[in-house]
Design a binder for this molecule. Sequence first.
Ligand SMILES: [Fe+2]
Length: 270
Amino acid sequence: MNPFTIGTLQAETLGPSLGIFIKDLNPNKPLTEEQVKDLTEAVDEHHLVLLKSSESIIPERHIELTKHLGEAWTYGYTEGQYKEYPEIFKVSNQRGKGFVNAGQAWHSDGSIYNKAMHLSIFAVQVIPGDGASTFFTSLLKALDRMPPEMLEKLKRTDADYGKQYRPHPVVWEHPVTGKQVLHISEGIKAKFMNQATGEHYSTQESREIDDFLHALLWEEGTFYEHKWQTGDLLIGDNYAIAHYAKPSNSNTLRVLHRTATKGVNRRKVM
Ligand SMILES: [Fe+2]
């Protein structure tokens, strides 16, 4: 598990491929200034950070922690959500108890918006009988596994999600680290296009890119499956990590709370 420290915090690696677990920070308790500083550093460096409490994270602490890490995203009220907590997006497997069937494809939250969400902060509330899992993968390391010719092509490619959004570069610069990173949203299919000319690729060519990226992100040993336990809170950097909610076959309730921090425009790789 490879223990190490980040400032005052005790950490260990989470999965074989990405993420860390900070062992001595209880997300159900108020954080000190020093803990906030060290946690921010941990997120910027490792992009996926697990915190644990012995009990489910209460909304007030979840929102407070989110505001320590950035400007909280807020949602207009819809059925199944919380009127009193506009910062919390409730995800569920049952209608009327939150947004259903969210995220069952590789994506970063808010990835089609012109300004990406920066951090998503997930706190499990109810775990169904057969368990609940979310897969995470690194969008930085994904670039290292690409054949050079495909990487060069994707660097010159934009993803078009329709009229209300600006086309997004498929490879862009992480705003904090400056490193090149892949952008993907499998749930909402993009039309790929030549960045320089604005011409769309053929349906066949777009499909080949989709299939290539799908296979790349499911390569054995490259992703981490988080099996949720009561009291878990995961911070994911949407600029660097994609996630995939494993569908549940259970009829019993699953509830996850998600908050997010606001992000920036995607910068093209020069
Ligand atoms: Fe998501």
